[in-house]
Design a protein around this ligand. Sequence first.
Ligand code: NAD
Length: 258
Amino acid sequence: MTRIAILGAAGRMGRLVVGEVLQSTDLCLVAAVDRGGNGVDAGILAGQPACGVAVMPLIPGCFAKADVIIDFSQPDALLDAIPEITCPLVSGTTGLGAVTDGLADLSGRVAVLHTTNFSTGVTLLAHLVAEAARALPDYDVEIVESHHRLKVDAPSGTALSLGSAVANARGVVLSDVAKHGREARPGIRPVGEIGFHAVRGGDVIGDHDVWLLGGGERIRLGHVATSRATFAAGAVRAARWIAGKPPGRYSMTEVLGL
Ligand code: NAD
């Protein structure tokens, strides 16, 4: 049995992860941490039968019984949690900012896997996109992403990760070649530019398309998320994989064996 603690357990993603853990025969929930829902049974909160684990705030020792922590919270919560973490961490929290350095330090003490997208399909897509960018070095790359109307940041972290996959494959720095949208008279497209375009509206969970445009043809590699459950399943898969691993940084690519 791998013992799991969840940070952000009362949130949209946290509740899905609670559900995944409770339905697994090889995992057991030992802590559900959140600033909301305190005292409520985590199973009930997740729409499951009661599991005997009440949601508790982030307090010293809250992760003491865990073999792996799964985090879907907010950057400030993750920052506060870092001193309490003594076992492997799987984190999907986005917009990390300064917390990035905290995770780098933490990875000297425990195994850390952070990704902006836990979907198996997006992990594979990034792999395929890197292969395509390497194979077609002179093709223009444009990345188009669509999300629901409530999303506050643009482009998505996933779009930026896909852009990084292209930039890394071509040996350039993404910020040197990224172009975010076009208007007025941007002029002729520079060679090597990577374009980003964000569509916002409705209840789109997350669509990502990477276009590679050459002379006389274009390739589109894409992914459509139809349920947040795919992110929860990916995080739980990563938690199983990272249990018992030594300190260091790990990626979903390794989890999938790509
Ligand atoms: P949410 O707002 O529904 O849930 C976040 C939870 O964290 C809330 O229950 C909130 O009470 C809790 N929280 C916030 N600050 C806290 C603190 N200081 N102490 C304790 N608990 C605290 O959001 P969500 O949709 O579940 O997303 C959570 C995060 O995961 C976001 O950063 C989101 O962008 C990210 N996300 C990542 C992936 C991925 O695949 N990596 C997928 C979906 C969402």
